[in-house]
Design a protein around this ligand. Structure first.
Ligand code: ZN
Length: 332
């Protein structure tokens, strides 16, 4: 199992599913209702192998949906669409939940005996329905708030803030879930603008591990292994052009927060490529999810060389004329 992880993930992608067992259709920018319907179909098709729940509610009362598969000791937590206008991790998660949770081959049973995968699917449903970065809270004030709009959920995971003082229900819910489950791995899926490398190639995804000085060395090392494992899968299997995301060290960012708490933590940013490449981008995140689950199950994730994280090339310059109206230049 250990030596062939890339091949197995590639195989999962390449083998067409029988028509009667296809994953649910879901759009690239799914509504919360679409997400609910797709997850319901997966849960039903999986005969209970994919369990559905909620980690909390948004300010408008929408469920913050949790889907879980497996019963292994190693726990993974994947989070999609904290920023409502960065949607593609959500359809990727729906697809990954189906791929790992619905079939019942010996390989699938082995994987699910080794890991428990929790996915907070579309962590910012109020932002998703408005196609906005922030949550919906017209009373939001202070740093990392847009007055009259809401809070930036991905600045409110600070593990040093007492949870009852945290004004953002979506962040509180993910933090509480972390404390209830102590995942060994946390990956947070976002989207960025468009960037070109010095060699003229376009970045299709960027990744980064915790950079806060408060993150313990062991967690940073494990996070760098997670980054290298994902880099290899995303470049070799998904054919993505992956660079290092130039992120800051603020402890309220999920990437830093869950590293500070001791998880192997990773940010994945899919570039906002033209519509014709949406499927390619969803596939990149899907490959990241599958490779992470398999690497955690067979242990290959922890054999990656953490020093290789430094070889991931820096992200290049913004692509001239291609700056999306949806994504600010440096807004993880
Ligand atoms: Zn983001």
């Amino acid at each position: 199992m250990v030596a062939s992880s890339a091949l197995l993930v590639a195989g999962l992608i390449a083998v067409p599913a029988p028509a009667q067992a296809a994953p649910p259709d879901i759009s690239a920018r799914p509504s919360p209702e679409e997400v609910a319907k797709a997850l319901g179909r997966i849960a039903k098709a999986s005969d209970g192998r994919v369990r559905l729940g909620v980690v909390g509610r948004s300010n408008e009362g929408r469920p913050l949906r949790l889907a879980t598969l497996g019963h292994g000791r190693t726990r993974l937590l994947l989070v999609t669409q904290q920023h409502g206008d960065e949607p593609l991790g959500t359809p990727a998660a729906v697809r990954a939940l189906w791929t790992l949770g619905v079939p019942d081959t010996p390989w699938h049973r082995w994987l699910r005996s080794r890991v428990t995968v929790d996915v907070v699917v579309q962590a910012n449903p109020d932002g998703a329905v408005r196609n906005q970065r922030y949550n919906h809270d017209p009373s939001a004030t202070g740093e990392y708030a847009q007055p009259g709009v809401g809070y930036d959920i991905n600045r409110f995971h600070n593990p040093l803030t007492p949870i009852e003082d945290n004004p953002v229900p979506e962040s509180r819910a993910v933090l509480r879930h972390w404390h209830a489950t102590h995942p060994r791995v946390v990956i947070d899926y976002h989207m960025q603008g468009r960037y070109v490398q010095p060699d003229g190639e376009e970045t299709t995804a960027s990744i980064l591990w915790p950079t806060s000085p408060l993150a313990p060395g062991a967690a940073v090392t494990e996070s760098r292994r997670l980054a290298v494992h994902n880099y290899d899968a995303m470049t070799r299997t998904a054919r993505a052009n992956v660079t290092r995301y130039p992120g800051g060290d603020y402890e309220g960012i999920a990437r830093n927060a869950y590293g500070i708490l001791g998880s192997a933590s990773l940010l994945v940013e899919l570039s906002d490529l033209p519509a014709g490449q949406t499927e390619f981008q969803i596939r990149t995140a899907y490959v990241s999810m599958l490779a992470t689950a398999q690497g955690a199950a067979d242990g290959s994730l922890w054999q990656a060389d953490p020093a290789r994280a430094d070889d991931i090339p820096a992200r290049g310059s913004p692509l001239p004329g291609a700056l999306s109206t949806l994504f600010r230049a440096d807004a993880a």
